[in-house]
Write a protein that binds this ligand. Structure first.
Ligand SMILES: O=C(CO)COP(=O)(O)O
Length: 158
């Protein structure tokens, strides 16, 4: 059964101090480290979280505090997705690898779906991540449209 898309929207405010998720697939980890090194002082002003291996490497190499969730193949992408759904994450930086199939491909697809659904800024490569990190909105409160969950539930008849 297909569901209609949400009809009514609500707002939520992304705080000035953003909760930013950092994730990179193995062949993209060095690129993520290089990118994070360029943005180190900016990233240090925000709250960082990541899938296990990515978070560990960024914390070790850059000396930044990064909350490490489970490694991606063990469910880390789903944990990040849960944070998005619970409105506890504001930005997703995910350098996924377009050349290597991943055992947890359904989890990756689910994460990207939730990021699209909940309208948070997402970067899947370094250029997009540069745009997000250089935006003045990164360090300001910023209001986004999200689905109105109460309206959605009220219209469900099953
Ligand atoms: O697989 C990942 C994202 O899909 C990343 O997981 P790790 O950071 O543990 O390598």
């Amino acid at each position: 059964m297909t569901h209609p898309s949400p009809r009514k929207i609500a707002q939520r405010t992304l705080p000035a101090r953003k909760r930013i998720a950092l994730i990179a697939h193995d062949d993209k980890k060095q690129e993520m480290l290089d990118w994070a090194t360029r943005w180190q002082s900016t990233l240090a002003k925000h709250e960082l979280v990541g899938t296990g291996t990515t978070a560990g490497r960024i914390a070790r190499h850059l000396g930044l505090e990064v909350e490490a969730l489970m490694s991606g193949p063990l469910g880390g992408d789903q944990q990040i997705g849960t944070r998005i759904t619970e409105q506890k994450l504001d930005v997703l930086i995910f350098f996924w690898d377009p050349f290597s199939p991943q055992p947890h491909d359904p989890d990756i697809k689910a994460l990207l779906r939730l990021a699209a659904l909940w309208n948070i800024p997402v970067a899947c490569n370094a250029a997009s991540a540069d745009f997000i990190l250089s935006s003045p909105r990164l360090s300001e409160d910023y209001s986004i449209d999200i689905p109105d969950t109460q309206d959605w539930m009220a219209r469900r008849s099953v």
